[in-house]
Design a protein around this ligand. Structure first.
Ligand SMILES: C[S@@+](CC[C@H](N)C(=O)[O-])C[C@H]1O[C@@H](n2cnc3c(N)ncnc32)[C@H](O)[C@@H]1O
Length: 291
């Protein structure tokens, strides 16, 4: 997955700069609010560290825990954060943060062997529940947790996997133009909602003093020759307001800063000749209430 991100970044470097700068700036200003205490910084979906400022992490964090599914990232993390590595303050965790991809894939694989109808397959997807996951209890406080543009990716990754498993063998699962029939789409959306909900719960699991969520909110598609854009929700779990309500967790958290911007992720003619893609990104900084 990360090789894809890197390749896209290289192809569209100049178009990504603004997004990368805004993301780094938002995280830096949230981490710098309290200059007296050095936090433990936990980053979920750290990836290639494109959208985070490593220098500031080194200066501001007592220690850093990086999480990602992709173990090939380790040498890059060690190199980029070598000062933290020298003081044994860098912790690398490679895990599927949903803890469900392998188990769900196996379930789907076995189910497809029974040649189910579209309806039966949609029902299976709708019933999937994520496995529980524990990030550990070894973090020195205060903890600042960053969910770094992973929330919307969970569903993209899962959808791609389902597509790969079905597209050549089960033509009856698709409409003529290649999208899933409604009953499967609805089951898939349900499973994606479960993954996103679980991720928001994981963000709260450590009860971080500061919680920074950066996520795609909408995907916009355009053609250079047309004035109308097509817009799709990036998240299945709900609107920005609903996500913030889930994170506020009975008013334990309040929003201290928020921002949004457009990320021209795939300009027309760079990725696809026929259309271009722009993501609308939301950045939210929430603080634990200390009453
Ligand atoms: C859009 S990227 C975020 C950009 C990233 N910060 C970077 O600089 O490359 C999402 C990251 O989430 C990771 N990811 C996606 N699904 C995951 C999962 N289930 N568990 C852990 N990490 C996951 C990907 O490997 C990727 O690095």
């Amino acid at each position: 997955m990360n090789v894809g991100i890197m390749a896209r970044w290289q192809r569209a470097f100049e178009y990504w700069q603004q997004h990368v700068t805004l993301s780094k700036h938002f995280i830096n200003s949230s981490l710098n609010e309290d200059l007296n205490t050095k936090p433990t910084v936990v980053i979920l979906g750290a990836g290639r560290l494109i959208d985070i400022d490593c220098r500031t992490l080194i200066e501001r964090a007592k220690c850093v825990h990086l999480f990602d599914i992709d173990p090939s990232l380790e040498p890059l993390w060690q190199k980029e954060l070598s000062d933290l590595k020298k003081t044994n303050s860098l912790y690398c965790h490679f895990m599927d943060l949903s803890n469900s991809m392998a188990i769900w894939t196996k379930k789907v694989h076995l189910f497809l062997k029974k040649k189910p109808s579209a309806h039966q397959f949609g029902e299976l997807l709708a019933e999937l529940k994520p496995e529980s996951i524990f990030l550990g209890d070894f973090y020195q406080r205060p903890v600042h947790l960053v969910s770094l543009n992973i929330l919307g990716q969970l569903g993209v990754f899962w959808r791609d996997r389902i597509f790969e498993m079905c597209h050549s063998k089960y033509p009856g699962f698709f409409k003529s133009h290649g999208t899933f029939v409604d009953v499967i789409e609805s089951g898939l959306q349900n499973s994606i909602r479960e993954l996103e909900m679980q991720h928001l719960e994981i963000c709260l699991q450590l009860a971080p003093e500061k919680l920074i969520l950066i996520t795609d909110l909408y995907y916009h598609f355009y053609r250079q020759t047309e004035s109308e854009w097509q817009t799709h929700d990036a998240l299945a779990v709900g609107t920005e307001k609903e996500v913030l309500e889930l994170l506020a967790k009975d008013k334990m958290y309040s929003v201290s800063a928020k921002q949004s911007w457009l990320w021209h992720i795939a300009p027309q003619g760079v990725e696809e000749a026929e259309y271009g893609e722009i993501h609308e990104v939301g950045a939210f900084s929430l603080s634990l209430q200390t009453t």
